[in-house]
Design a protein around this ligand. Structure first.
Ligand code: HSE
Length: 425
């Protein structure tokens, strides 16, 4: 029987889930996989936990776990970059393999981590880093090994999906919905990571690297958050037949690869438009298997712990030589197109003074930049008032859109900040 001697770093929300799952399902896992999971040490700075942990297992000193010769596998569930990075590198140097849920670490320091793992002949598994309990990493690396991935359109931040769903269903404002998401424990310790699109950008960086076989750089991924989305945008999008979702996208286009995170208008009948609440969904378009939709709980203690335990078994199997070790990570750099060179349809919301000729002024600027209008809604056209004017466009170049909006924002008829969102069909 293959046995893993495990050191767990971090007994927070996810760490507690892993501890509990191993205790509850150890025998089941062993009977199904032939792998025995033995938790040898747990490092956490806290001394009190909401459940009983044997004192003999606990230490406050993570380095003592990393140096323990009995331990061959380290589960890193501290989160963030430091000291998680130093711990993971030390684990490799000390001959230990690593399982982690740390998307920020992999997205921002992937190159260093994979190079070091390779140097020391170690492995790192990270199924829990994207999509919680959804086995998307394994699918991209193994199940879809014979496929060329053409695109991934995904909802991979449960907090933002919850907020946008609540705003849409209950007609509440962003701040009220955010408070609810925090109360439910979906948001990161720093909710900015969620609402500014950074968490989703970390995750799509990882998926882009796996999908296209080259290392994507986090800093090349354009990220826009959802804090500027107003209830009125959701209502107008609805009138045009769309829902607003925070999409993380990577797609092959004729002249390169586009990767971005953005609030997006998605047609109401699209699969992703109907993913509600805190759920995640990842739509992968491939050449052989066609379109595949992965759907499930993308966050939370139990789904994430499920992914960690799956990784432990995969690690044990690769150690025993049953499958090729997954140390080798995409080599070379994935060239990602800059956001200004993309082509997209757009939604504009302008707040304008009600005056004859306003629409003509705006459309003349758009026309000058070769931006063609496909639809217009104008509300409560009352003399003397400021009213919202909503325009949808045909496909246009981002660079032209930015220039045009800059000019429009200078017009004397414009009040307040203009809203620009992209549309994906
Ligand atoms: N804050 C993340 C989310 C947790 O909302 O999806 C899982 O990574």
């Amino acid at each position: 029987m293959q046995s893993l001697k495990i050191g767990l770093l971090g007994l927070g929300n996810i760490g507690s889930g892993v501890y509990s799952l191993i205790r509850r399902k150890r025998n089941l896992v062993t009977s199904r996989s032939g792998v025995s999971l033995e938790l040898v040490r747990i490092a956490d700075k806290r001394t009190k936990f909401p459940f009983a942990v044997p004192k003999t297992l606990l230490t406050k000193d993570a380095r003592s776990v990393l140096r323990d010769p009995q331990i061959d596998t380290v589960i890193e569930l501290i989160g963030g970059i430091h000291p998680a990075l130093e711990f993971v590198l030390e684990a490799f140097r000390n001959g230990k393999d690593v399982v982690t849920a740390n998307k920020a670490l992999l997205a921002e320091c992937g190159e260093q981590i994979f190079r070091t793992a390779e140097k020391y002949g170690r492995q790192i598994f990270f199924e829990a880093s994207v999509g919680g309990g959804i086995p998307i990493i394994q699918a991209l690396r193994e199940g879809l090994v014979s496929n060329q991935v053409q695109s991934i359109h995904s909802i991979i931040n449960g907090t933002c999906n919850f907020i946008l769903s609540e705003m849409s269903e209950r007609h509440i404002d962003f701040n009220v919905a955010l408070k609810q998401a925090q109360a439910k424990g979906y948001a990161e310790a720093n909710p900015k990571l969620d609402i500014e699109g950074i968490d989703a950008a970390h995750k799509i960086t990882i998926l882009a690297s796996l999908a296209f076989g080259k290392l994507a750089r986090f800093q090349d991924v354009y990220a826009e958050g959802i804090a500027q989305i107003r209830s009125e945008d959701i209502a107008f999008a609805d009138e045009f037949g769309y829902r607003i979702k925070l999409l993380a996208i990577v797609k092959k286009v004729t002249d390169g690869v586009e990767t971005r995170v953005q609030p997006t208008l998605v047609p109401k009948n699209h699969l992703l438009a109907n993913v509600g609440g805190s759920f995640n969904a990842i739509l992968v378009r491939t050449d052989e298997a066609g379109d595949l939709l992965f759907y499930g709980r993308g966050a939370g203690q139990k789904p994430t712990a499920s992914a960690v335990v799956g990784d432990l078994v995969a690690l044990a199997k690769s150690r025993s030589g049953e499958v090729k070790p997954r140390t080798s990570f995409p080599k070379g750099r994935l060239k990602i197109k800059g956001i200004s060179s993309i082509l997209s349809r757009y939604y504009f919301r302008f707040h304008v003074v009600d005056r004859p000729g306003v629409l003509a002024q705006i459309s003349s600027v758009l026309g000058k930049y070769q931006i063609s209008i496909s639809d217009v809604i104008q509300k409560e056209w009352r003399v003397g008032s400021v009213v919202p004017l909503i325009l949808l466009t045909h496909a246009a170049h981002e660079e032209a859109v930015r220039k045009a909006v800059k000019v429009i924002d200078q017009l004397s008829i414009i009040r307040g900040k203009s809203q620009v969102l992209r549309i994906e069909e």
